[in-house]
Design a protein. Structure first.
Length: 434
């Protein structure tokens, strides 16, 4: 479980390097618009809360059920009235029981003289072929890396829930990862135990799929006492944490879900699940300060799943688009949607500096506000690539969705008006590879 520090200012830079800087010293004038302002310019007439809700998949279990009931005509009241009828009878236990079958314990061993040093954590089955006994498992990079040896483990095993003796260990290999995002994929091939078990791939939650106050469940391998569950709530749906990198020599700044569920060494790489048993994050850190209690972190599924899809598509060599720009949060506001009883945090992502990177050729300028983007591949828009940049995690995940040969369409607000920039990413040098 990695140590965290609070981030005083957040900057995302080219090649995933993270810097800290203040807005006032950069000598630019930030554009005034948020993404909602551009939607209004383009004809949207609803409130900001309604627009933000329309851009996101319903977050909580109850809200999804409410919208389904309204759509099929079986309920006509408000969201609060729906909650009063339904919530007292809700029980997450069956869903969490099922989710436990998607989590594995992970042991990574390293030679140290005549003995072995072990790193213990957890992982989540992201993709599974039961007929062949093959699986890809999402975990943290730091679970597999030994800083003193400056090396990834070549001796890795996983254990399924309920199969937790030494004889049940399943060999696994490192497939691909990125230290700067603390994410990695393990591969299991031809496991008879996996074929004959009830293990299952995790149900993946939607992007931006948690809200503050929502119940969540951390499933991992705390202090190597086998796969176990702890419960809590989302304290904040997104904040930044300075996490010690796997090499123990520097900090990396990541967008994180903050939770108050109990986390211990061994929870790293395990899953954070909602009340429907859907994977909404990968647990990776907690605050260790003696005077702080109940502050843990998970990498949002929006970012973790985008990384995993990229890693699998690139054969274990994940790539992130080097944006050639420094993107900073320069404004933030809370927007209340009264109909749904939801507070949205809408942030303004501003270009504070840029260079001749992949997106620098788009004529990006200081002061531009990122509004939205999508990817065209083979002449068609990539499903799931349409992104509203209302929070930094959306931008980081978007960069993982781009492949060599894709055409990127990026809308920015410049001098108060929308401008669409486009470029075909035709050079491998425009990516940072793992």
């Amino acid at each position: 479980m990695k140590r965290t520090r609070r981030a005083a200012a957040i900057v995302f830079a080219c090649a995933a390097a993270v810097m800290l800087a203040g807005c006032s010293s950069l000598g630019y004038h930030a554009d005034e618009n948020y993404p909602y302002d551009i939607a209004v310019e383009n004809g949207y007439t609803g409130t900001e809360g309604e627009w933000l809700s329309s851009q996101e998949t319903p977050e909580t279990v109850y809200r999804r059920l409410y919208e389904e009931a309204v759509n099929d005509g079986s309920f006509t009241g408000t969201y609060f009235e729906f909650l009063q009828e339904l919530a007292p009878d809700a029980d997450a236990t069956p869903y969490i029981q099922r989710a436990m079958l998607s989590v594995v314990s992970v042991a990574a061993r390293f030679p140290s003289g005549s003995t072995l040093v072990s790193s213990l954590g957890a992982g989540v089955i992201y993709s599974l072929n039961k007929s062949t006994g093959d699986a890809y498992i999402l975990t943290n990079y730091h679970v597999l890396y030994l800083s003193s040896a400056h090396a990834l483990s070549e001796d890795i095993s996983v254990r399924l829930y309920g199969y937790e003796t030494a004889d049940d260990a399943i060999p696994a290999t490192y497939y691909g990862g990125l230290m700067d995002y603390d994410l990695a994929i393990l591969r299991v091939q031809g496991s008879d135990l996996l074929k004959n078990s009830d293990a299952r791939a995790a149900d993946i939650g939607a992007d931006s799929s948690v809200i503050a106050g929502e119940p969540v469940y951390a499933i991992g391998n705390p202090v190597n006492r086998n796969i176990a569950v702890t419960a809590g709530v989302v304290s904040r749906e997104e904040e930044f944490a300075n996490v010690t990198a796997a090499d123990d020599s520097r900090n990396i700044t990541l967008p994180e879900i903050r939770i108050d569920a109990a986390l211990n060494h061994g929870n790293s790489g395990g899953g954070l699940f909602n009340a429907l048993g859907e994977l909404v994050g990968i647990v990776n850190a907690r605050d260790h300060n003696d005077d702080i209690d109940g502050i843990g972190y998970a990498i949002p599924i929006e970012l973790a799943a985008a990384f995993a899809e990229n890693d699998l598509a690139n054969g274990g060599r994940p790539s992130v688009l080097s944006d050639g720009a420094t993107i900073e949060v320069v404004g933030s506001k809370g927007v209340y949607d009264e109909t749904l009883g939801r507070v949205h945090v809408s942030q303004k992502l501003c270009v504070t500096d840029y260079s001749a990177g992949a997106l620098g050729f788009l004529d990006i300028r200081q002061g531009d506000t990122l509004i939205s983007g999508y990817v065209v591949r083979g002449g068609s828009k990539v499903v799931g690539s349409e992104t509203q940049f209302t929070h930094p995690c959306a931008w980081e995940a978007f960069r993982f969705k781009v492949r060599l040969g894709d055409t990127v369409y990026l809308t920015v607000s410049r001098d108060g008006s929308a401008k669409t920039l486009t470029r075909t990413i035709d050079n491998a040098a425009h990516f940072t590879f793992g």
